[in-house]
Design a binder for this molecule. Structure first.
Ligand code: ADP
Length: 175
C-alpha cells in the first residue's frame, strides 16, 4: 500500500528490512546499543562488524531517541538505531517514548540530507507493544513530521508478517 502525503510517499510493505535500499534503515535497538535478537540481530549480522564498532563508540542511546551509524555492508548507507520503550501497561509514557523514537529517526535523516528511510515496527516484538496502538503512533508521528519538515521523499514501513502489514494498512487508512 502506498499513499502520498505532503509530497512524501508513505509505503507499507511486507519484507526483510535488511534488504532495503533506502538511504537509511532504522533498527529497533536497545538503549545500550548492544545488539540483540529480532530486527537488531538481523541488521548486525547482515551489515557486518563496522556497525557495532560505531555503536560501541557512541555508548548508548536513551529510550525515545535515536543515533546514526554507517550501514556497513548493507545496501542502505546508514543505520539509524532507534530505541523504543518496553511496553508495560500503556501508562508509563510509552506512547510518547515510541513517538519520540520515530521523530528522532526522521530528524536524523533530514539533518543528514537523506531523502528515503525505512522503519521496522519498533517495540512490537520483544518489547511487547500492542501492534494496533504502535501502528497508529508510528504513522501519525510520520504524518505530523512530514507535514512540518521538508526534505524526505519516501518513508517506508517494512513489516515482517502479513498480519502486521494488515494492521499498519488499517491504521494508515484512519490517519
Ligand atoms: P523490539 O525489541 O523493539 O520489540 P524486535 O526486533 O523484537 O524489536 O521486533 C520489532 C519488529 O521487527 C517485530 O514485528 C519483528 O517481527 C520485526 N522484525 C524482525 N526481524 C525483521 C526484519 N529482518 N525485517 C523487518 N522486521 C523484522
Amino acid at each position: 500500500m502506498e499513499v502520498v502525503r505532503d509530497g512524501v510517499t508513505i509505503s507499507l510493505v511486507r519484507g526483510d528490512i535488511t534488504l532495503e535500499k533506502t538511504d537509511a534503515i532504522v533498527n529497533a535497538a536497545n538503549s545500550r546499543l548492544a545488539g540483540g535478537g529480532g530486527v537488531d540481530g538481523a541488521i548486525h549480522s547482515a551489515g557486518g562488524p563496522m556497525i557495532m564498532e560505531e555503536c560501541r563508540k557512541i555508548k548508548g542511546c536513551p529510550t525515545g531517541s535515536a543515533v546514526i551509524t554507517t550501514g556497513g555492508s548493507l545496501a542502505t548507507r546508514y543505520v539509524i538505531h532507534a530505541v523504543g520503550p518496553v511496553y508495560r501497561d500503556g501508562r508509563h509514557g510509552e506512547d510518547g517514548l515510541l513517538a519520540g523514537a520515530y521523530r528522532a529517526s526522521l530528524d536524523l535523516a533530514v539533518k543528514k540530507g537523506l531523502t528515503s528511510i525505512a522503519f521496522p515496527s519498533i517495540s512490537t516484538g520483544a518489547y511487547g507493544y500492542p501492534i494496533d496502538r504502535a501502528a497508529t503512533i508510528a504513522l501519525s508521528t510520520v504524518a505530523e513530521f512530514i507535514g512540518a519538515t521538508r526534505g524526505l521523499s519516501l518513508v517506508r514501513f517494512v513489516l515482517f508478517s502479513d498480519s502486521d502489514l494488515r494492521v499498519y494498512e488499517q491504521a494508515l487508512k484512519r490517519i
